[in-house]
Design a protein around this ligand. Structure first.
Ligand code: PEP
Ligand code: MG
Length: 592
């Protein structure tokens, strides 16, 4: 028996025989010089292979559309990668100028993008290189005449063990027969991890050499909650594992027992639980967690998967698709489209100029206001999507009321244009602003006059309040969401919204913490938008408390602000909740 530790990528437990997937690479890619007279036909061969690849992906998308819309969305994104004009231009240039064969030009272009993605700071973005790899492999297989589906041999429930799984490999696996994934490589934000989470399949990644150590058919116990994989377990280990699985089922039943009951708190007050989402990550699985809409759609991710700005049509298509996917979350489920929030730690390929202090620089709404054409195209695309189903627009990084007036004026201009062109859109679509800068929280009265709702972005609000970079481990100890200053800023925004009669959401990561989510609701927030997997725990906590109790907890936190530390305030709120939900600690070990 051997137990290997890795990264817990998708929680849950799986026990079954191993299906070992050996790397399905295209093998060596030949590179040779072509005579000048062959340049034209070589470029034509590349385009024919691209068309064939596109047809393959489209067929797969079509096949998945009904039963598995999230994977269909994911693969549809591969079509935009395939059609990316800078990739095509690079392949053509290499064939024409270096006079090399199409396969080699595709590989060299892929290498260039891999190097570019590898330099990105955001781990999510670094992982997007897998999509590029995947599309490249497909096109190379067509050019080289090598094609096969290795998963057609799976005929019984198995734990899939592999070095890595590309996105399209992941979606080609027969779902009903996969109990779990154990991968040598990958991270918590790799596609395989995201997909496993969205499909509710347990997964452990970053297991180093598990695929070399396991024999096909060997017994595997996979613990996606704690990030371990046990090969050839003994009888006692199997019995312990079975106990864990039973306990997880019992707790899951507890989380779901009153799921259908109307209202969110014990006394039926209304709090909406929404999911955070982004282009390129399938939305089909969000409804299963009980998401009632998308409270934050991070549109900038559409910029990260290509070399230039997506066209208005491409944007409108992506946003409309998001609205269609949200329909599965129930009546009135809306998508809150956040305008392009680039800069800071989110640097897409070429658009943003390097600055000495990017978090305080020309980022987000500031960048958009200095790139009006981009702003106009995005606003038109948002409006076009609003004609498809319920949606809202959210302005990020607002620090002054002038910014808000200016972007709202652009929105009105875009509405007039579309109306004149006869393009359908929702003329009354709600417009909100993010409260993620202290100036916005403190001057929220003036902002509230310009918008229909607030959404508090605690990720940035905390970093700007404590002057502690949200991504810097060395100052992580200062990243304190319950610091009295943060609580007072949240209070300031909520009270201003209350005076103006507009609702407030929280869409930062703190919304997925049951203690903080409950605290925000007690302070007057009516929507929490978070990683979808956190919704069941939040829902359970909220259902165990009445609105009066939540308010009393928030009042106590306010009182503590006068003389307590962030940690003391958090501990006091946690104790308050544990008194109502004694299983919280155990639930969190299983479900967070
Ligand atoms: C936030 O700042 O809390 C937020 C939700 O936005 P992002 O994490 O995308 O900056
Ligand atoms: Mg932010």
């Amino acid at each position: 028996m051997t137990t290997i530790s890795g990264i817990a990528a998708s929680r849950g437990f799986a026990a079954g025989p191993a299906f070992v997937h050996r790397p399905n690479d295209v093998g060596p890619v030949p590179e040779y010089e072509i005579p000048p007279g062959q340049v034209f036909s070589e470029i034509a061969r590349y385009h024919a292979a691209r068309a064939e690849t596109r047809a393959q992906i489209e067929a797969l998308v079509e096949q998945l559309r009904d039963g598995d819309p999230q994977s269909a969305d994911l693969l549809a994104n591969h079509i935009s990668i395939l059609e990316d004009t800078s990739t095509t231009a690079s392949v053509e240039r290499l064939v024409r100028e270096r006079r090399i064969n199409a396969e080699a030009a595709v590989r060299r272009t892929g290498d260039k993008f891999r190097a570019m993605f590898g330099r990105m700071r955001d781990p999510y973005l670094r992982e997007r290189v897998r999509d590029v790899d995947d599309v490249e492999r497909r096109i190379l297989r067509v050019l080289l005449g090598r094609d096969e589906n290795p998963f057609s041999q799976i005929t019984e429930p198995v734990v899939v063990v592999a070095a890595e799984l590309s996105p399209s490999e992941t979606v080609s696996i027969p779902r009903d027969l996969v109990l779990g994934f154990a991968l040598d490589g990958g991270s918590a934000t790799s596609h395989a991890a995201l997909l496993a989470r969205s499909m509710g399949i347990p997964a452990v990644v970053g297991l180093m050499d598990v695929s070399a150590r396991v024999k096909p058919g060997a017994d595997v116990l996979l613990d996606g909650t704690n990030g371990t994989v046990t090969l050839n377990p003994d009888v006692k280990t199997c019995a312990d594992f079975a106990r864990l699985v039973r306990r997880e089922r019992e707790l899951m039943a507890l989380l779901n027992e009153d799921r259908a009951r109307p209202g969110a708190t014990r006394d039926g007050a209304n709090v909406r639980f929404c999911a955070n989402a982004q282009p390129g990550v399938p939305m089909g699985g969000l409804a299963a967690f009980g998401a009632q809409g998308v409270g934050l759609y991070r549109s900038e991710y559409l910029w990260f998967t290509r070399d230039g700005e997506p066209s208005e049509d491409e944007q409108a298509e992506d946003y409309s698709q998001a609205v269609r996917s949200a329909a599965a979350m129930g009546d009135g489920a809306r998508v809150v489209f956040r305008a392009l929030d680039i800069g800071g730690d989110k640097l897409p390929r070429r658009q943003v100029e390097r600055e000495p202090n990017p978090f305080l620089g020309n980022r987000s709404i500031r960048w958009l206001l200095s790139h009006r054409d981009t702003l106009r195209r995005q606003v038109r695309a948002f409006l076009r999507a609003s004609g498809v189903g319920p949606s809202s627009i959210l302005w990020p990084m607002i620090s002054t009321v002038e910014e808000l007036r200016e972007v709202n004026a652009e929105l009105e201009r875009a509405k007039a244009e579309l109306a004149a062109e006869g393009v359908p859109f929702d003329p009354g679509l709600p417009v909100g602003c993010m409260i993620e800068i202290p100036s916005a929280a403190l001057c929220a009265d003036s902002l509230a006059r310009e918008v229909d709702f607030f959404s508090i972005g605690t990720n940035d609000l905390v970093q700007y309040t404590l002057a502690a970079d949200r991504g810097n481990a060395r100052v992580a100890y200062l990243y304190q969401p319950t610091h009295p200053a943060v609580l007072r800023l949240v209070d300031s925004a909520v009270q201003a919204a209350d005076r103006a009669g507009i609702p407030v959401a929280v869409c930062g990561e703190t919304a997925s913490d049951p203690v903080l989510g409950a605290l925000w609701v007690g302070m007057g927030v009516s929507e929490l938008s978070m990683t979808a997997g956190s919704i069941p725990v939040l829902r359970k906590v909220m259902r165990s408390l009445s609105m009066d109790e939540l308010r009393a907890m928030a009042d106590e936190a306010r009182r503590l602000c006068a003389f307590s530390s962030a940690a003391e305030i958090y501990a006091a709120c946690r104790a308050f909740i544990v008194a109502k939900v004694p299983q919280l600690e155990e639930i969190q070990t299983f479900f967070t």
